[in-house]
Each structure stands twice: as structure tokens, then as C-alpha cells.
Design a protein around this ligand. Structure first.
Ligand code: SF4
Ligand code: SF4
Length: 693
């Protein structure tokens, strides 16, 4: 796994009155234990991966408490796990990245919200919205509205986040409804501290087991007609009012008094810190963005001349609801929101200052806004200066790690495309999506995790060339096996599927999969350059009925190109699967580095492979760079004064993956590449040979 949480695991044990220091997402983890959670599950994804990673690594302590931890295979299985709280007084929490994860979990969430819960359920969402976002820009708010699940959006402040986790469970129990808590990237990684409480061993747990199902069979707990008709009524008539009462009673939303009494700002809790940077204290922070409490809104707005709602993204759910409350109660405060702020995208400090300036200039003309305007001008000037300076810099798209096993596969595909033409390539979520950037530019569609093969289903029958789907082993187990492979086989489809078998869910922090190399194999391979690969993917595909199946070592570019060309051109009908085998280079280096440093510190001999470019033979045409994109294969000034083209060079950092040599051979490039062995702590024999050579 990407990170060891040894120190953080210790913080999970803190007791009453001790101070917890650390990241927002780890504070959530501690708060779950303080709340007596019985079970925790989830699916990895930034920015909430650490919650589950730390729990998985703290299994021993979780066992002591009796908390069950499950690394789910998808967000759907995590959401379905919450079913344990429908019939039993067991608190459960799950986590994933939203919006994508919530989309995957939507089916189970609808049923859960309909049935209602007895034990508190909390869904911790990594809300990947805004400038740092890497998925489709939509908000989880819509799911809360449609299913009537409550949505917490706590002010980014550790004590508040912890309080909202604890209150979240209570809110869930008093209203029998699931509660979601959204945490933006900054809130997850925010550093801070809070006073800990003792962890609570849950009353239903792996140590205190249930006798069996409820004694009395309750049909109404099934989300199945006719119970669903009653459940829909319960949501509106019982659960929603109960939630609203609790929000008011426990003061979950916060009001901050300011000097301009006639004006109000209603802000989502998550935007509060940004707002404070834009403005001195004045307004109402909504730590619960759904449901809103009409009485609370009316009380806040009735003595105001004007209020502005600060709510990121579209549509303006909160503003519309506030407008309805105010109109119904005939409150005359003028309502602003999206008329002064932009509709789509993150609200950063700059945009908040601009929006608030518009609002204040209409309703508080007596205020001097000059400092805001001068700050905005200085921001604008800095941006212009940066644009002038950076305009000359080449674009640097994100790319694979140095030595990544996925890069050679795309080199091979690029070589074959040169011979047979470019096919339609459907991409998937994962590291391999970097191939959609230069120098590979391969990837015509991206429709979700594990969906690449399914997204090629419509293209194949209408194309003269076979479409190609790329999928990671993470995506394969998440959704690709059923949505892609099974569907293709059922429909007697054609096409080529390349599965990147790197051994882990690498893009999210190298979490383990069912096909990860077994633990014993990894233990035995410490310090070794390769680990015994697992065959679960191949066995599953064969069992399912895939006839054309090849496993190829990624780094053998020539062999990969030959196999890929055969898959693209064979007359054989049906799905062709290439399992591209090569361990994630990050995990490989994690295994190798400690052993290398141990050897070097003891003065033992160590040989490191490195590739290089002979400056006299390099023609400077850079075809090797266009075929590789490795960050350590770059250019430098031509030492020949008669030639102006920069030559290729391999800089320090090359991990000697061998792709340079393979590409040069497979693409018949100039013979400039050489393989060197760098010997550290050389033996007497090495020194002697060195002298002779
Ligand atoms: S994390 Fe692993 S699979 Fe992903 S780009 Fe890096 S080396 Fe490649
Ligand atoms: S051999 Fe080439 S591709 Fe591999 S790490 Fe070194 S420079 Fe990069």
C-alpha cells in the first residue's frame, strides 16, 4: 500500500482529554470509533482513501474493539453493507469518492433510504468538486434530495468535523435515515487538532454477536412493494420532520453575528473558511445542507434587508429552497445567490470577493470596499504576469511514473497503429488513462470505472476496425468483469480488451485486489526485482468462456506489438483479451529500495541498471521520446557545434525498466541506446575489470 499509517494508528487509540493532531480525514476515522461504530467499509478514491487505508492497517486494534472492517470491491458493495443497520442497532460507516462512487452505489442507496435504518449509518463522501477535482463535476447534493438522505457539509475545522460525525449518527437514528457527510479535498487534508474521547466498543460487534435475525419478522423493513409506498410517506411525514427537529435542537447549523445586521450570508459549511478569508464574520454557516429547516431560515432572514446564498455548483438547490421558504412566509428580504456568483465551478476566495462586492455594493453602499477592489486588481496583475511568463513554457501533461509497466503497452499499440491504422480506443479510470495525453494520445471515450469494454459495445459493430478497450485490474474487478466481459460474451461481441495487470488498484494508492500477489509471495520477494504474479484474472476469464486469451510481459515491446497486432487482425471472431502483465513500478521500488539502502549502508556491492544515449550516434529526431514519454528520457544541447537539434538523453532517475532498449529494437530506431550497469561498492574484481576496460 502507498503509505504506512503507523503513527496515525497510534492516534486512533487516544483516550479522553488527550489531543489528536492530524489530517481531517483521520479525525473522521477517530470520530467513528468514538461514536461506537460497529462496522466500516468503503472503496478507495481520493480524497477519502486514508480513512479506509488506516482502518485496514489497524485491523488488530479494530479486532480488539470488535469493529469489522471491509475493503469492498465497489461502492455498490459498500452501500449494500449498510443493510446491517436496517434491522439491528448497529452503527455503520462507509466511504468513497463522490460523485462517481455515489453513482455506482445509487441502487443500494435508494433501497436503504427507502427501508430506513435502525442503527445510525454515515456515508463519508470525498466530494471531488472544484478545481482539484478529477471526475465529472457534479454534486452529491442531488442524491440527498432525490432519496431523502441527509447531507452534512461541516465547516472545515477538526472539532466541528468530529462533532458532525458524532451528531450524524444520532441524526440518522432519530430520523431512521442514512446520513451523508461530504468532505472536499481541502477539508480531508486540513491539519488541526481536537480533544479526543474514549473509543466505544460497539454493543453489536464481532465480539458481541447477534443471536440471529429479529425475533419478529418486519415486512416493512424491506424496500419492496407494498412497503415502499408506506416508506415514501414515512420519509416526508415522519423522518424529515424528525431530522429537522434534531438539527434545531442540537444547533447543528451555526449563526455568527456581524455588524451589518440588515444583511445575511447563508453559506454551505464546507465553503466557510474561504468565505472568512473573503470577508470578516457575518452570516449563517449550514453544516447540514439537506434538509434545510424552514423556521431556521425564516428566523434568520426575517429581520434582514437582503441575504445572499453561497452555494457551489449547479443547480442552486439551497437557493431555490430558501426562496420557497421565504416566499411562503412572505419574508421580504431580497434574495441573492447565483445572480452575483457564477453557476458552475468552485467558489475560491477570489470569486467570493467578487460576488460579495456585487452584493454589498447593492445593499451596503456605506461600506468602503476599496481594499477588496485593490486586492482583486493585484490578483489580476499577478495572473497576467504569470501568463506572460508561462506562455513560453511547453505543456507538461500528467504521465505515468518512471518505469511504469503500462507505458510499454502504449508504445506497442502506437507502433501497431502505424501499420494498421488507429482504432477506436475506449479508456477506463486508472493510471492507464495517462495514455490519453501526449505522446500516446490514445483514448476516445472514458465512461467510468470498469466501463471501457461496455462503452465499446456500440462502436464495434459499426466500425471496420476492431475497437480496443483498456482496463486496469482494479477496473476489471470493480465493474469490468460483469459490465464488460460478461456482456460482450453474452452478446457474442468482438473487439480487443487489454487488461493492465499491475497487481494493485494503483491510481488510488496501490490498495489490494483479489488478484494481488499473495502476501506470502510479497514477503518472500522483499528486495527482489519481481514477485510471483497471480493468475486469478486469467482463470476467471477462461472460466467465463473467453477463448482468445494471451498473457504478455509488458516490457517485451516486440512481443506485445505482435500479440496486439494478431488480436486486431485475426479472423477469429469473439472477444480477444490481452493480459498485460507487469507489476506497478511504485510497489516494485518500495520493495527494492529498503534492501538497496541496507546493502549500501553495509558497504555491500550493488548493481543498478541504467540506460543511456550515445551522443555521437543520436540523430536528434526524438522518435524515441515520441514512443516513450518517460520523464527521464529527455533532451539536452547537442555537443556537436555543427548540429543544432537537441539530442536525447537519459537523466538520473532512470530505473532501468528496459523500455528504451525495447523500443529502439521494436521500432528499429537509431542504435544510440546503451544499457549500463552502475556498480556501487565495487569489489576488487569489479575494479580490476574497470581498469582493464
Ligand atoms: S502508480 Fe504504478 S501503474 Fe500507476 S503510473 Fe505509477 S507505476 Fe504505473
Ligand atoms: S529505461 Fe528508458 S523508459 Fe525505462 S526508466 Fe529508463 S529512461 Fe525511462
Amino acid at each position: 500500500m502507498e503509505r504506512q499509517f503507523t503513527k496515525e494508528i497510534e492516534s486512533l487509540r487516544l483516550s479522553d482529554g488527550e489531543t489528536f493532531h492530524g489530517e481531517g480525514i483521520l479525525a473522521v476515522t477517530k470520530a467513528l470509533l468514538q461514536s461506537g461504530v460497529s462496522y466500516v467499509g468503503g472503496y478507495q478514491g481520493a480524497p477519502v482513501s486514508h480513512l479506509l487505508d488506516v482502518m485496514v492497517q489497524a485491523r488488530e486494534y479494530m479486532d480488539e474493539l470488535g469493529v469489522h472492517v471491509e475493503a469492498c470491491t465497489s461502492e455498490a458493495s459498500a452501500a449494500a453493507m449498510l443493510g446491517a443497520s436496517i434491522n439491528y442497532p448497529a452503527r455503520g460507516a462507509v466511504t468513497w469518492k463522490s460523485i462517481v462512487g455515489t453513482n455506482v452505489a445509487a441502487d443500494a442507496l435508494s433501497y436503504l433510504a427507502s427501508a430506513g435504518v435502525m442503527g445510525g449509518t454515515l456515508i463519508v463522501l470525498g466530494e471531488d468538486y472544484g478545481e482539484g477535482g478529477v471526475v465529472a463535476q457534479e454534486r452529491s447534493h442531488a442524491f440527498a434530495l432525490k432519496s431523502l438522505m441527509w447531507l452534512l457539509d461541516p465547516r472545515p475545522n477538526l472539532p466541528k468535523i468530529v462533532e458532525m460525525v458524532e451528531r450524524g449518527f444520532e441524526l440518522s437514528e432519530v430520523s431512521n435515515s442514512p446520513v451523508m457527510m461530504e468532505l472536499r479535498i481541502r477539508a480531508c487534508h486540513l491539519q488541526g487538532s481536537f480533544k479526543s474521547k474514549n473509543n466505544i466498543s460497539p454493543s453489536v460487534s464481532t465480539r458481541q454477536k447477534l443471536d440471529g435475525p429479529p425475533k419478529e419478522f418486519i415486512y416493512d423493513r424491506l424496500a419492496h412493494p407494498p412497503a415502499t409506498f408506506r416508506q415514501e410517506k414515512l420519509k416526508a411525514e415522519v423522518r424529515l420532520p424528525a431530522a429537522r427537529r434534531f438539527i434545531v435542537e442540537k444547533k447543528l447549523n451555526e449563526t455568527f453575528e456581524g455588524e451589518e445586521k440588515q444583511l445575511g450570508i447563508i453559506v454551505q459549511g464546507g465553503l466557510y473558511n474561504g468565505l472568512m478569508l473573503a470577508l470578516k464574520t457575518l452570516g449563517l454557516a449550514l453544516n447540514v445542507v439537506y434538509p434545510l429547516v424552514p423556521e431556521e431560515m425564516i428566523a434568520f432572514c426575517s429581520d434582514k434587508k437582503a441575504v445572499v446564498v453561497l452555494e457551489e455548483g449547479q443547480p442552486e438547490f439551497i437557493e431555490q429552497e430558501v426562496a420557497t421558504f421565504l416566499r411562503r412566509a412572505d419574508v421580504q428580504a431580497k434574495l441573492h445567490g447565483k445572480d452575483v456568483m457564477h453557476m458552475a465551478g468552485e467558489y475560491n476566495v477570489e470569486s467570493l470577493v467578487r460576488g460579495l462586492a456585487k452584493f454589498l455594493s447593492q445593499h451596503a453602499a456605506h461600506l468602503n470596499l476599496a481594499s477588496g477592489s485593490s486586492w482583486l486588481n493585484s490578483v489580476q496583475e499577478t495572473k497576467q504576469k504569470a501568463a506572460t511568463l508561462l506562455g513560453a513554457l511547453p505543456v507538461r501533461p500528467p504521465t505515468f511514473c518512471i518505469g511504469c509497466p503500462e507505458r510499454p503497452v502504449f508504445s506497442a499499440m502506437k507502433l501497431v497503429a502505424g501499420e494498421i491504422g488507429r482504432p477506436h480506443v475506449s479508456m477506463d479510470v486508472g493510471c492507464h488513462a495517462f495514455a490519453s495525453f501526449e505522446p500516446f494520445s490514445q483514448g476516445n471515450t472514458l465512461l467510468g470505472y470498469g466501463m471501457s469494454l461496455a462503452s465499446a459495445a456500440g462502436v464495434g459493430p459499426m466500425s471496420s476496425k476492431r475497437p480496443v478497450a483498456i482496463m486496469g485490474d482494479g477496473g476489471f474487478w470493480h465493474n469490468g468483469l460483469l459490465s464488460g466481459v460478461a456482456s460482450n460474451l453474452l452478446n457474442k461481441g468482438d473487439g480487443v480488451l487489454v487488461i493492465m495487470k499491475n497487481g494493485y488498484a494503483s491510481a488510488t494508492g496501490t490498495q489490494e485486489l483479489i488478484s494481488s500477489p499473495p502476501e506470502e509471495a510479497r514477503e518472500q520477494a522483499v528486495g527482489q526485482s519481481s514477485v510471483h504474479a497471480d493468475r486469478t484474472i486469467e482463470d476467471t476469464l477462461t472460466g467465463l468462456g473467453v477463448k482468445w486469451l494471451r498473457t504478455v510481459n509488458n516490457y517485451r515491446v516486440g512481443e506485445m506489438a505482435k500479440t496486439y497486432k494478431e488480436a486486431m487482425t485475426t479472423k477469429e471472431k469473439g472477444l480477444k483479451v490481452i493480459v498485460a502483465e507487469g507489476e506497478c513500478q511504485l510497489e516494485r521500488q518500495r520493495r527494492l529500495r529498503p534492501e538497496v539502502s541496507r546493502k549500501l549502508s553495509k558497504g555491500e556491492r550493488h548493481v543498478r541498471v541504467k540506460y543511456g544515449v550515445d551522443e555521437d550516434t543520436c540523430t536528434g529526431d526524438h522518435s524515441c521520446i515520441r514512443l516513450s514519454g518517460c520523464p527521464t528520457l529527455t533532451v539536452r544541447d547537442n555537443p556537436d557545434p555543427l548540429r543544432t537539434d537537441p539530442i536525447a538523453t537519459v537523466i538520473d532517475g532512470c530505473v532501468g525498466c528496459g523500455l528504451c532498449g525495447e523500443n529502439a529494437h521494436a521500432a528499429v530506431l537509431c542504435p544510440s541506446f546503451y544499457r549500463a550497469e552502475v556498480i556501487q561498492n565495487p569489489s576488487l574484481w569489479d575494479r580490476l575489470i574497470g581498469k582493464v576496460l
